[in-house]
Design a protein around this ligand. Structure first.
Ligand code: C2E
Ligand code: CA
Ligand code: CA
Length: 405
């Protein structure tokens, strides 16, 4: 929803915006009527239309910052809701780059058509050539790169250039492999390995993540089943990452249940990894969805804990089973007292709330020993293993010997 900052009142005859001037706001007419006037080169005015309740006026100038293309005058007393140019600019900047670029290009084309049809004297008011403006928009946004990545990713999925790797999580109490986190891997035919840190946000923006996540879930459950069969361990879990887009897709829980059934995996073996951002973005939807998953027997982990929102009150609002301490705290633990303090605090908080704690990014035995001492239940990191393909994960479980922490 656009923030409607302020209600503005204009009296009959007031000029609400003036052709050629810089636009500070767009308005939605709540009450009253306005006329739209074009000032001609000879100084005369021509009425080109009227607008009443429910219409928006002045929207063009706040999209591209160009001068107003018409004058708007109240022909009745008016109540208007204001959308400030600053607020709109901020929203546009945060919008999906493809959406942002498309809005700007459509408007540029429209202004260009007006100029060419000689309806508007925008050129005099300083409207630059459409061609160079469009080029600017393209250069200013990451839209082109995002479109390329998205298209490439789509065909990579078809060509099996995307696969899942699995990183073990170790139970620090008994030293056993407890389960795996599934992580997506993309081997681009020309560019080589592309980090999920780059492509996940792009496919998230476009919504393609929903398809990718469903595919990832199925692949991860299949892998878990294979690991079970080949190692005789039927108590392992698989932790799968999900985003807010997945949560908002209509059949999210239904699809998960279907996949569990098809792959013959017990719901208790599936752990959903989500971020604090997801929970805070749409708390009520998230709560309902999580409760459905929880009631079906699945387990919920909060990923990257400690890096997101500072409010802790949400923790008991949602049915959370595990917290994953972000690797930034773990990697700083050795040379930074405050990181140790944070890890201790998170572990204590988890215990009080009846949640298990997983530490991420463990790169040394010293870190593992220290975390065990602090009371952390599970550990994941390069010290034990990097994410690996299914066949290596099978060998990893077979050959694993509990270490002496
Ligand atoms: P994440 O969910 O926090 O995943 C953990 C990341 O830390 C992984 O990076 C993993 O390879 C890396 N890591 C694990 N142990 C260590 C360690 O000891 N040291 C260091 N430096 N790094 C370690 P990766 O695979 O590059 O993934 C990055 C992020 O991309 C993930 O962060 C997750 O947010 C996202 N992602 C990856 N795969 C998927 C997926 O299938 N679905 C979704 N929605 N997101 C994914
Ligand atoms: Ca994760
Ligand atoms: Ca993480």
């Amino acid at each position: 929803m656009i923030d409607l900052k302020e209600q503005r009142t204009f009296k009959i005859g007031d000029v609400i915006m003036k052709q050629g001037e810089h636009g500070e706001a767009a308005y939605i007419i709540e009450q009253g009527k306005v006329e739209i006037l074009l000032e001609k080169a000879d100084g005369t005015e021509q009425r080109v239309g009227t607008r009443g309740p429910g219409a928006m006026i002045g929207e063009m100038a706040i999209v591209d910052n160009a001068p107003r293309t018409a004058t708007v005058r109240a022909i009745e007393n008016c109540e208007l809701l204001e959308i400030s140019a600053n607020d709109f600019a901020r929203r546009l900047l945060n919008a999906d780059p493809v959406l942002r670029m498309t809005i700007q290009v459509i408007l540029t084309r429209y202004r260009d058509t007006l100029v060419r049809a000689d309806i508007s004297n925008d050129t005099k008011a300083g409207f630059a050539a459409a061609e160079s403006l469009e080029k600017n928009y393209l250069e200013q946004t990451d839209a082109v790169e995002a479109i390329k990545i998205e298209n490439d990713f789509r065909s990579a999925m078809d060509k099996n250039d995307v696969e899942m790797h699995y990183q073990p999580m170790i139970n620090l109490t008994d030293g056993q492999v407890a389960g795996f986190e599934s992580l997506m891997r993309w081997f681009h035919q020309e560019k080589g390995f592309i980090s999920p840190g780059i492509f996940i946000p792009v496919i998230e923006e476009s919504g393609l993540i929903v398809t990718a996540s469903q595919w990832a879930l199925k692949a991860s459950l299949k892998a878990l089943k294979n690991i079970e069969t080949k190692t005789g361990r039927d108590d392992l879990f698989m932790s799968v990452n999900f985003t807010s887009h997945d949560f908002s897709s209509p059949d999210f829980v239904k699809n998960i249940k279907k996949a569990l059934k098809e792959e013959k995996v017990r719901p208790e073996q599936l752990h959903l990894e989500i971020t604090e951002r997801l929970l805070m973005g749409q708390p009520d939807v998230a709560k309902e969805t999580l409760e459905e998953c929880k009631n079906a027997g699945m387990s919920i982990s909060i990923d990257d804990f400690g890096t997101g929102y500072s409010s802790l009150s949400y923790l008991h609002y949602f049915p959370i089973d595990k917290m994953k301490i972000d690797q930034s705290f773990v990697s700083n633990m050795m040379n930074d007292e405050s990181s140790i303090a944070i890890v201790r605090a998170i572990v204590a908080l988890g215990k009080n709330l009846n949640m298990k704690i997983i530490a991420e990014g463990i790169e040394s035995l010293t870190e593992a020993t220290m975390l065990k001492g602090i009371g952390c239940e599970y550990a994941q990191g390069y010290h034990f293993a990097k994410p690996m393909p299914e066949s290596d994960a099978i060998e990893f479980v077979k050959n694993w010997k509990s270490p002496d922490f």
